[in-house]
Design a protein around this ligand. Structure first.
Ligand SMILES: [Zn+2]
Length: 411
């Protein structure tokens, strides 16, 4: 129906494939899909009654993906409380508000790697809440005392409170059962911990997590159920190698990846999601435990060096911020860090669009501005190829379109 056709004109198109930008581009959407994207000259005539939106020379890009967020929290000083101190209803409203803020920042798709249930995905799909289309991991899988084990040194066991974000497994058999439980409960992606971490109470980034055999068992189990991606929290070099050898789809963080780890990732096509935004932590110091702050400071220089080396060698990168640890709604600030570790602005944009959709298994329908794909679009002021920071500033994200509808801003 012509009423549902929108013609966006007078824009520079960056389509998310890595192709050169198209000046004076036109993008046509019909209902929830893109029907044309390319030079104005080749555009089909607008049908009678089509709405025409002049973008005033702004830049039009695909809706971005943040492949590593935690909508369920924001103040890491309260992490250990696991939201046990608030009503579940208030927690749900807070979570929905973070999703809305993330959408307005230009993120039309996101992957929640632990802390919320599948109901948030369903609520977004049904239009009950505004937010990115989401995939959920539900709970992090780790061994006893690992990154997902929030049993405190005082003996208080949050796993017995019915509000746990951990799936604790200690053998190959339990890893398999854990993966089955997560899939039963609606996980779109399995998140496992191949190393310790910064925010967990009793381990460090260099500690190894699940063994290669346990990781391989999880991967094998997901393959028997439609091949969901497996994301590995992995910060220290040994755990990163274990995760890649076990067959995971992505290394989350990857801070201290060594040369052998990079070789393995290149060999297997493993994605790196470096979550560099978490290193903007000085102004969030008051929200961090002393252990987390000291660990993060000690990691910073080496991380930027090692991630830069992985980028230089050509490891595939997808955008992820660990929002929750970093602020929600400033997700595209990660692009600035990506450029800092040696990616071109175009490579960083692809990492947040086309490549991210590929990591999530959604590339057939999302991630690029191409005829036939979903009409998820971002319009920003200025030229992000000259200065990628324009995307990092939510005030310069002029308009966000999701499924053909303007969901934030407007021009
Ligand atoms: Zn995380």
């Amino acid at each position: 129906m012509p009423d549902d056709v929108i013609v966006y004109r007078n824009a520079t198109l960056i389509d998310g494939t890595g192709a050169e930008p198209v000046r004076d581009a036109v993008v046509v959407t019909a209902q929830d899909s893109i029907t044309y994207a390319g030079p104005a000259q080749g555009a089909p005539p607008a049908p009678e009654g089509a709405r025409v939106t002049d973008l005033g020379g702004r830049t039009l890009l695909p809706g971005f993906f943040d492949t590593h967020v935690h909508f369920g929290f924001e103040d890491t000083s309260r992490l250990v409380l696991n939201n046990l101190d608030i009503h579940p209803s208030v927690h749900a409203f807070e979570t929905a508000e973070r999703m809305r803020r993330t959408l307005a920042a230009g993120v039309t798709g996101a992957r929640d790697l632990g802390g919320i249930d599948a109901g948030f995905r369903i609520a977004q799909e049904r239009g009950l809440i505004a937010g990115p289309r989401i995939q959920v991991a539900l709970r992090l899988m780790s061994h006893t005392g690992g990154h997902a084990d929030y049993t405190l040194p005082t003996g208080v066991n949050l796993h017995e409170c019915g509000n746990t974000t951990g799936e604790i497994v200690d053998s190959v058999h339990e890893a398999r059962v854990g993966a089955r439980k997560l899939m039963r409960d609606g996980a779109d992606v399995i998140k496992l911990c191949a190393t310790g971490g910064v925010s967990s109470p009793s381990d460090t980034p260099d500690d190894e997590g699940l063994t290669v055999e346990e990781i391989a068992a999880v991967v094998a189990e997901t393959r028997r159920h439609g091949g969901r991606p497996v994301a590995a929290h992995a910060q220290g070099a040994a755990g990163i190698r274990n995760a890649v050898r076990g067959g995971v789809t992505s290394i989350e963080h990857g801070y201290l990846v060594d040369d052998e780890g990079i070789d393995l990732m290149l060999e297997r096509g493993t994605f790196l999601v470096p979550t560099l935004a978490t290193f903007d932590f000085e102004d969030r110091k008051h929200l961090m435990s002393k252990k987390a702050y000291d660990t993060k400071r000690a990691l910073a220089d080496r991380t930027f060096e090692r991630v830069a080396e992985a980028v230089r060698r050509g490891v595939r990168v997808a955008l992820g911020t660990d929002a929750g640890i970093s602020p929600h709604g400033a997700n595209l600030a990660e692009l600035v860090h990506m450029v800092r570790v040696g990616m071109s602005p175009m490579q960083a944009i692809v990492a947040g669009t086309g490549a991210a959709a590929e990591l999530l298994g959604l590339a057939d329908r999302f991630g690029t501005v191409t005829a036939g794909k979903a009409a998820d679009l971002v319009v920003c002021d200025g030229d992000p190829l000259a200065d990628v920071a324009v995307l990092a500033d939510p005030a310069k994200v002029a308009m966000v379109v999701q499924g053909g509808e303007v969901v934030a801003g407007g021009v």
